[in-house]
Design a protein. Structure first.
Length: 259
């Protein structure tokens, strides 16, 4: 090997050694950030189907994200986690899931996935919808005006998609889904998956803090053509329910008046 090649090899080895030392130092001095959502000692359960076809409940965690039971005129019930999701995601993940129903029958599924020390708890939301058979995903960023704890604009990502289905009589049809999501950590809010990844890396390097990100989502099904109307109702529901469990907020809007 020529001398310049030796020099390059030495530089590469030095960089690899420095990187390994930096990573070891970061891990040993790393601390977990505070969540941007409320967590409390409320058990969270999952459900699985045994070989006999009977649903069996199992304990997922002794803590959960504290979603409100009552929002506007909606009633609600806990939404258990599937065994597949439980096995797939890290065991230090904390969840919150509820199914809300309006008097006219509109259903809203609210879900919060809060990571612990394992950052793989959260992934790109589009994978979830595609995995459930939804196609033609149309997404665009938006903001929802919040009034609590003060007026600010919550950044969200809106996805509208459709899925074919077959009912018990064998007839086929199409159902639309309106899906709204964003990410929140301690005093940090974004609807951009890659911005969340960038902020997480930045905080690790600059302050040795692994921010405890939460992935918040709202889902409602409707007939094709009703997506815009359902989205408007979702915005009202999000504005009413989110302040009940989300701690983080953007700075107050200048000139805005709290009602």
């Amino acid at each position: 090997m020529k001398k310049p090649s030796w020099a390059v090899a030495i530089v590469v080895l030095a960089l690899l050694g420095a990187s390994a030392a930096f990573l070891n130092y970061t891990r040993s001095h790393q601390r977990l950030g505070q969540p941007g959502v409320k967590v409390g000692p409320l058990p969270f359960y999952g459900v699985e189907t045994d070989p006999r076809g009977t649903n069996r409940q199992f304990l997922v965690s002794s803590n959960s994200v504290l979603l409100p039971e009552k929002v506007l005129d909606y009633t609600s019930k806990p939404l258990p986690l599937s065994r597949v999701a439980y096995e797939w995601l890290p065991k230090d993940t904390v969840y919150g899931q509820r199914a809300y129903t309006a008097p006219d029958g509109l259903g809203v599924q609210t879900s919060v996935v809060l990571m612990g020390g394992d950052r793989t708890s959260i992934h790109q939301p589009q994978y979830c919808l595609a995995g459930q058979g939804f196609q033609n995903l149309k997404e665009h960023p938006d903001t929802i005006r919040m009034t609590r704890p003060h007026p600010y604009d919550l950044p969200v990502m809106k996805i509208v998609s459709q899925r074919a289905y077959k009912n018990r009589e064998g007839r086929t049809g199409t159902v639309s889904a309106v899906y709204v999501y964003w990410f929140v950590a301690d005093n940090e809010l974004t609807a951009d998956h890659w911005q969340r990844m960038w902020w997480m890396g930045r905080d690790l390097v600059c302050s040795a803090v692994l921010q405890r990100w939460a992935y918040i989502s709202y889902l409602a099904y409707c007939s094709p053509g009703q997506e815009n109307a359902v989205y408007e109702r979702l915005k009202q529901f999000i504005a009413a329910s989110t302040p009940e469990f989300q701690i983080a907020a953007r700075p107050p809007l200048q000139g805005a008046v709290t009602p």
